[in-house]
Design a protein around this ligand. Structure first.
Ligand SMILES: NC(=O)c1ccc[n+]([C@@H]2O[C@H](COP(=O)([O-])OP(=O)(O)OC[C@H]3O[C@@H](n4cnc5c(N)ncnc54)[C@H](OP(=O)(O)O)[C@@H]3O)[C@@H](O)[C@H]2O)c1
Length: 275
């Protein structure tokens, strides 16, 4: 039986990962994802319990819940301990929990930016470090780190934290090639989740074509993982955007994406484009 641990599993992209892994479906590109044991991580205990119950009822999955705040050392340590448990090894780690801060760099309290780095970078680093030794010893394992297309754009702390996630993941994939452990950085564009509401961002003026569906994003990610890719950018429109961002000088692309950001967040915050 495959065991998957998903952080931020109660909403949005994390909940879509949990559903897909609980269902144990076969990805198009080959590879069976699954099984039926899941470990769900998030802060809200009641939501965790409800999500777990739904997955048991719909898919007959075995589900553990692990309430933890990944912005704090205690929460990270609790998840590290679960990942190191030799009696109950984890085969698939999905580092997905994350959030946005509304506003430009000078508008956001520096403590909130540091919290973001803790969740997006330190927690991802520590949980990956806790999970991979056992995976390597077994010669099999998967780590999916949820980044963003913002990783390829010069767009404040959020984008910088996601750029770190992409580089970190690419580095590990190279270093551990041939070990049986695979790594994927998932880089979606705008996905319909609770992300923007939670951050107080008004995304209502974004055109409908810009939005991706969380289940489709997860299906693409698992297909790319099965194919041995290291970076997954779901949807051709965002693939083109990332291709442009990689070849157009940062100063030009930054200005264009900043204008998009202001349109997208008309209440004044200049951050948020390409979350
Ligand atoms: N939505 C987008 O447009 C988009 C695009 C690209 C990338 N992403 C990335 O995708 C990931 C998931 O975002 P989403 O859009 O699915 O967001 P979401 O709908 O707001 O869900 C966030 C999940 O993370 C959990 N979470 C938040 N802070 C946490 C913390 N400190 N400790 C533990 N769990 C925490 C939340 O549960 P609790 O509140 O109960 O903790 C929830 O389960 C993030 O890394 C985000 O940066 C999102």
């Amino acid at each position: 039986m495959t065991t998957s641990l998903v952080t931020g599993a109660t909403a949005g992209i994390g909940a879509a990962f949990a559903r897909r892994l609980a269902a144990g479906g076969t990805s198009k590109g080959g590879g069976r994802w699954g099984g039926h044991r899941l470990v769900l991580v998030a802060r809200d205990e009641q939501r965790l319990a409800e999500t777990a119950e739904e997955l048991r009822r719909r898919y007959g999955a075995t589900v553990e819940v692990l309430p933890a705040d990944l912005a704090g050392d205690e929460g990270i340590a609790a998840v590290e301990a679960r990942l190191r448990d030799p009696e109950h090894p984890v085969d698939v780690l999905v580092n997905n929990a994350g959030f946005g801060n509304r506003g430009g760099f000078l508008d956001v309290p520096v403590e909130d930016e540091v919290r973001m780095l803790k969740v997006h970078c330190e927690a991802v680093l520590r949980l990956t470090a806790a999970a991979t030794p056992q995976m390597r010893a077994r010669g099999r394992g998967y780590v999916v780190n949820v980044a963003s297309v913002a990783a390829f754009m010069p767009r404040g702390t959020y984008a910088a934290s996601k750029a770190w996630v992409v580089r970190f993941t690419e580095g590990l994939a190279t270093e551990m090639r041939g070990s049986g452990v695979r790594f994927l950085a998932l880089c979606p564009g705008f996905v319909r989740t609770e992300f923007h509401d939670r951050a107080g961002m008004d995304a209502s003026r974004l055109p409908s074509w810009a939005w991706l569906d969380a289940d489709a994003v997860v299906a693409t990610a698992l297909r790319d993982l099965a194919r041995g890719r290291t970076v997954s950018v779901p949807d051709v429109r965002y693939k083109i955007a990332v291709g442009l961002a990689r070849h157009v000088p940062s100063s030009l692309f930054g200005a264009a994406s900043s204008r998009t950001g202001r349109r997208y967040d008309p209440r004044g915050g200049a951050s948020g484009a390409g979350k």
